[in-house]
Design a protein around this ligand. Sequence first.
Ligand code: NAD
Length: 359
Amino acid sequence: MSIFAEMAKHGHEQIHFFQHRSTGLKAIVALHDTTMGPALGGCRMRPYESEEEALFDVLRLSRGMTYKCGVVDVDNGGGKAVLIGDPDTAKSPELFRVFGRFVEGLGGRFYTGTDMGTTPQDFVHSQRESSRFVGLPEEYGGSGNTAVPTALGVVEAIKATAKWLFGDADLGGKRFAVQGVGKVGALVVQHLVEEGAAVYVSDVHRPNVDRVAERVPAEQFLGAIAPEEIYDLEVDMFVPCALGAILNDRTIERLRCRAVVGSANNQLLDVQRHGAMLRERDILYAPDYLANAGGLIQVADELKGAVPERVYAKTKGIYGMLLQVYALAAEQQIPTSIAADRLVEERIDRVKELKNVRV
Ligand code: NAD
């Protein structure tokens, strides 16, 4: 792979490679675009098969963070870190401390926290060496469980979608199929039920289904569904809160819902193709990086002093932002996923202009 060619393809600014012999640390940090502010993005740990695979992942994920930060208009750009190693065997306090020292050395161009394979506890070690870590445990100044604002944001996105489709954001009597009732999905179900909706739920881990089912009044519980059957349900909205890539050639043609709105990351297997397929089938798609931005809003807010009321207000704002995306997509006759990207690109261009003013 030609690294500069790869960076140029999507406009990445910077890549850092770090290694540390005694701890075995091998890390890559990619900064995609810092127009909006210092880069923000999680740190993923995986036993990547090759350095190329790790590099490809960090480039893709850091770019995604630019869009995720941009769509909700926080003052951060896109960045991401990957640690090459098995999270079950390669972790040590010293590895995370030295990673902290490296991140600190970036001088505030990059802030990071948990992602797949890392936990808030890992970064308790890193924060001893650096003030650039977010999403720490609350006793270390973190702002708490991100599933809470993430679920709130998903429900705002669902209400906006109801408003767009049915002319009314009221969810009373509407029917939903929730895929995955883990940290976010279980809270989404709770909100939906409080709003008077009825739900099907599905999870590969049966105890999670049972825990949720116990708390839903019988008249609002449509049933526990086998994981593979969820795509065939006739509902108002399909709410994916588990895996990515679940919107693909095999599933889209089975969907019998009016819209897809959920927290799962990277729901479209192929953003262009499957975004277009949903549009052709007249199924409205809430771009995942907007619907699930509540958690990001919360960690970005830590950099401004963590005010829960501000997180709540900004997360509620997902409602209006999604309506803007739907309006642009309708006006330009494009998939909603492309409309969201365009809104972000226009916003970044406007911020570039204003940053020409010398302070
Ligand atoms: P989680 O691990 O707590 O929950 C995921 C649930 O999905 C689990 O209960 C799991 O058993 C279930 N699951 C896995 N495969 C499934 C399948 N094929 N069918 C049905 N259920 C399945 O994770 P979470 O924190 O609730 O996150 C859910 C999704 O939302 C993920 O894609 C995550 O990346 C995304 N997300 C989470 C946050 C957050 O703050 N937690 C923020 C943004 C996005």
